[in-house]
Design a protein around this ligand. Sequence first.
Ligand SMILES: Cc1ncc(COP(=O)(O)O)c(C=O)c1O
Length: 389
Amino acid sequence: MNIDNKLKNLPLTKSNPKTLEVLFGKTDLIPMWVADMEFEIAKPIQEALIKRITNSSFGYEYKPTSYFKAQKKWYFNNYKIELNKNHIVYSPSITTTITILIENFTSASDGIIIQPPVFMEFRDVIRKTNRRITKNPLKLINNRYQIDFQDLKNKAKLEKNKVLIICNPHNPVGRVWTKEELKQIIEICKENNLLLISDEIHKDIILFNNQFTSTLQFINNYEKIVVCTSEAKTFNLCGIADSIAIISNDRIRNIVSSTFKKYNLGRTNALTRVALEAAYNNGEYWLKEVINTIEKNIKSIERELETSKIELIKPEGTYQVWLDFRKVYKDTKEMFSHLTENSGIGLNAGHWFGREGTLFMRMNIATSNKKVTDAIEKIKKAVANNKLK
Ligand SMILES: Cc1ncc(COP(=O)(O)O)c(C=O)c1O
């Protein structure tokens, strides 16, 4: 996989000195935190973008049939999902969609169930909309995270809880929920009339022969499901890609669509459209290479950590690894500052994903094998110098 050697010249969030100072207290770090890739984007996407930029002007655009055809083919070939054009709502970002869903389908102080440790924006959106966070924490059993279904049932029954947000594949722990697990989730939502928001942004990065199942496969059984997804992560297009919400229920979709209309959020970005159409039509080979590289990186980490006290929670999907430092440190804040200072690598502290992530760290491995192994070496050295435990 080619690494983009021009990254240093780009104003990327992950290396923004101001952000690094706020989060890590220093700026001279190798940033391996934000979930975007360091790979050069697929050639067909580059070519399509160059062609679009050099050929013409940028008037208002709509999405032509060829765009939808490409998108439909992608979903059918990869997930056997028959996308219905009428069920898609385009959204600038998944977080925007979740905010709009919460504001329209719950009231102030209603409870929203999340499964920490989990993508922190879920928690932030719930707080910003003045709703309450109800936690259904994941359980770590034999180095694999599991859903606590009994706890989920108990919380779903409570009148105040109106929505469940799941993340599949799960960021940061890397689980790809099985069909059986999803079936149980749907049953619980159905029994308790919960709106299920299924964030499937990481669906395309499925590792080691695991099988991704979309909650869309259960739509005939339960209609109160909104799938939020995007190919931004998949094709390293976070700086330009948008997202979609797939909503089969007419009432829910109409309410969401009219809110998007109210705020005029439905505009087509010419470059997003061109990039995604090229990705859907000709990006498959590139994605396979990415997945091979990620798997290779994980195998290297496994080898590197064999004799270490740091445990790898092996991901089934996503391009992050979740590292367990519980045998090394006692205090999560001390761990974070000690590791940051002594390794020089900028990782996400596990507690950013909720206190259930205490003494864990998330590392982005969508980069070269050399960079990943060097970083692990540095982390191991820092750990070896640790006198905090
Ligand atoms: C699970 C999950 N959802 C959503 C996002 C962000 O999506 P958006 O930028 O479209 O809000 C991320 C980014 O890391 C993510 O991990």
